[in-house]
Design a protein around this ligand. Structure first.
Ligand SMILES: NC(=O)c1ccc[n+]([C@@H]2O[C@H](COP(=O)([O-])OP(=O)(O)OC[C@H]3O[C@@H](n4cnc5c(N)ncnc54)[C@H](OP(=O)(O)O)[C@@H]3O)[C@@H](O)[C@H]2O)c1
Length: 296
């Protein structure tokens, strides 16, 4: 199976590469080789590589900066996934695409299910919701995996920021009234690769994906706040000695409001595709195992 992976150097893209490689002939392209802002280049690349499966791990993920670059965010997150899906449809191929908890406004009291109506609070969330719609409008067989609070030891994310500031600062204010599931890029990659293997082993990956196509919530299990997530990180890394102080989101200046409730219900993924990601605490531990041990 020919697989084309975009965003190969991002958190999820980098975690996917070694897991997708054994599953077929993988072409993994970063932004320097394939720019999602260039629709013509995108169409030409898909036609050149003729994949049976496209995995789109590329995205404009700078949530705050998107407020001042709405056109670029919309092109990369909204239009480009639709172009990839259209090209997949012409080739008889399938698409795996990722979306976000930020398509919701966070006002629901319970975890969100896939059928809840999106209502994004900012440019990033709107651009990602547009991407879901352009993919679905293409008619291509597609899985759209909505995830949340992604971290890894690679790239810029909350975990990396806490590991750094935990050593630099005496005290650290962390938001304690936003709830979600921290999701390790390694868990997302594992789950995705498991599903790609199932699709490949069915004999017709595109038909398999079409049979189960649609939006799925895909996060590590459980839920917490940023503050409690930071506490868990610090408990595993004693070199992080800063005193953690819980604060409300209203005390943390930001150009865009984040959802207070980012919890995504993963039951559809478990019941339909038979995949469950580990609890967030277990995933965090596994992620941190790759760091050198600390002498206490
Ligand atoms: N990060 C999160 O907390 C989070 C939460 C929910 C959902 N998601 C979704 O999960 C997916 C994977 O995100 P991630 O965490 O792996 O993000 P990431 O680490 O920011 O990776 C995204 C990758 O896309 C690349 N990219 C940006 N603009 C591009 C363009 N015009 N053309 C080609 N590549 C481009 C980036 O390259 P540069 O590094 O050069 O910019 C980066 O390598 C995305 O769909 C994202 O929306 C992420």
């Amino acid at each position: 199976m020919n697989i084309l992976l975009t965003g190969a150097h991002g958190q999820v893209g980098a975690a996917l590469q070694p897991l997708l490689e054994p599953l077929g002939h993988l072409t993994a392209l970063g932004r320097e080789a394939l720019d999602l802002a260039d629709a013509d280049a995108l169409r030409a690349a898909v036609r050149r590589h003729r994949p049976q499966l496209i995995v789109n791990a590329a995205a404009y993920t700078a949530v705050d900066r998107a407020e001042t670059e709405p056109a670029l965010a919309e092109t990369v997150n909204g239009i480009a996934p639709g172009v990839l899906a259209e090209e997949a449809q012409h080739l008889g191929a399938a698409l795996i695409h990722y979306s976000t908890d930020y398509v919701f406004d966070g006002s629901r009291a319970e975890p969100y299910v896939e059928t809840d109506p999106p209502h994004p609070l900012g440019v990033y969330g709107r651009s990602k919701w547009l991407g879901e719609q352009t993919v679905q409008a293409s008619g291509a067989p597609a899985w759209i995996f909505r995830t949340s609070w992604v971290y890894s030891l690679h790239g810029a994310n909350f975990l990396k920021t806490m590991l750094r500031l935990g050593q630099e600062r005496d005290t650290l204010n962390v938001v304690n009234d936003q709830w979600g599931a921290p999701t390790w890029a390694g868990s997302l990659a594992d789950a995705t690769a498991t599903l790609v293997r199932k699709a490949r082993d069915s004999g017709d990956a595109a038909a398999f994906i079409r049979q189960h196509q649609g939006v799925y919530h895909m996060t590590n299990g459980g839920a917490t706040t940023w503050y409690a997530f930071a506490q868990a990180i610090f408990s595993l890394r004693p070199e992080c000695r800063a005193r953690l102080v819980p604060i409300p989101a209203s005390a943390y200046p930001s150009p865009v409001r984040r959802p207070a409730n980012s919890r995504l219900d993963n039951r559809k993924l478990a019941e339909t595709l038979h995949v469950t990601l580990p609890p967030w605490q277990e995933a965090l531990q596994r992620c941190l195992e790759a760091l050198p041990p600390i002498s206490r």
